[in-house]
Design a protein around this ligand. Structure first.
Ligand code: TA6
Length: 298
């Protein structure tokens, strides 16, 4: 049974092994578990809420139409990260049997109105189609955003992916030296000088305009744990809250869980993307298991 609907969950199972699965909750169309041969790849909080009262903490929350809080006109009243993760998406069905592929939809018809009404004048017509394909050692998440309005509007998009690691202090991320970094902890903008990103304190950075030819790898004790490829997603957020911030985050459990996760988040967040009437914008995040370390020149 490659695709099952269990309550508010859609579960895809690989045709080659039942141990390779992805679980998506309709709330936020949030992927909250992805296993390869029985091994979990994503971090989800033990206290994540699935009752629609707040976004699901962990997995792959979808950030739209704003990243963080913004003072840009029309965005000031939106809460952090917008309304996609606060809305119950429509399951549009299966588009392929192998690899199992499904789609979810969001539009003003099913959006969380209370939050949506704070985007411009609460009348932007849009359609988002989210496609998830489960391959044997790869998960592809793609989005198509369409302006179905008579006027233009602007947006950010981000896959806020929480990766599972064994120990954050053994974890490195490569291929970011030379990139422009907006460091939201020290409030400075600089060019990344470190040959590799390591973690021993809170990290909250936006690397902007990173060529999509750059493969990003999460490396633990010399082994590549996760590979992240991006299509049409020039910005990369790297986040680990560390031990103090998590104390303030009620749905982050266990508190020591910050040691088991790192967010590497492909997006279009440094600028607002303008979409004119009738235009569409597409982007993908491609996650796969990997073996060789691939260091790319600046
Ligand atoms: O993507 C990084 C970030 O914006 C951090 O600044 C941190 O706030 C994180 O997302 C989690 O945000 P949330 O609203 O889910 O608590």
């Amino acid at each position: 049974m490659p695709i099952e609907i269990k309550g508010n969950d859609v579960v895809l199972t690989s045709s080659s092994t039942t141990q390779t699965q992805v679980r998506i909750n309709l709330f936020g169309a949030t992927v909250y578990s992805w296993t390869i041969a029985g091994k979990e790849q994503l971090w989800t909080s033990d206290a994540a809420l699935f009752d629609g009262s707040k976004p699901i903490r962990g997995g792959i929350p979808l950030v739209f139409p704003v990243f963080g809080k913004s003072s840009a006109p029309g965005f000031e009243k939106l809460p952090q990260h917008g309304f996609a993760r606060n809305s119950t998406w429509e399951f549009l069905g299966q588009t392929h049997a192998n690899p199992p592929t499904v789609q979810f939809g969001l539009s003003p018809d099913n959006v969380n109105r209370k939050v949506y009404n704070n985007w411009d004048n609460g009348d932007n017509e849009f359609s988002v189609i989210y496609t998830i394909a489960l391959e044997d050692e790869q998960l592809v998440t793609s989005v198509e955003i369409q302006n179905t309005d008579q006027k233009e509007w602007k947006f950010n998009w981000l896959f806020h992916t929480y990766f599972l690691v064994d120990d954050i202090e053994d974890t490195l991320i490569n291929n970011l030296p030379g990139e422009k970094c907006n460091d939201r902890v020290v409030h400075e903008i600089y060019i990344e000088k470190h040959p590799i990103i390591s973690f021993d304190q809170e990290v909250d950075r936006v690397y902007s305009d990173v060529s999509t030819d750059k493969l990003l790898q999460i490396i633990e004790l010399g082994k590549v744990k996760h590979n992240i490829k991006r299509v049409n997603l020039p910005d990369v957020v790297v986040w680990n809250p560390w031990s103090e911030i998590v104390k303030e985050v009620a749905d982050f459990e266990p508190k020591e869980g910050y040691r088991r996760m790192v967010c590497v988040e492909p997006g279009y967040v440094e600028q607002l993307k303008i979409l004119k009437p009738g235009q569409s914008w597409t982007a993908s995040q491609i996650l796969h298991k990997g073996d060789d370390i691939n260091l790319q020149a600046i």
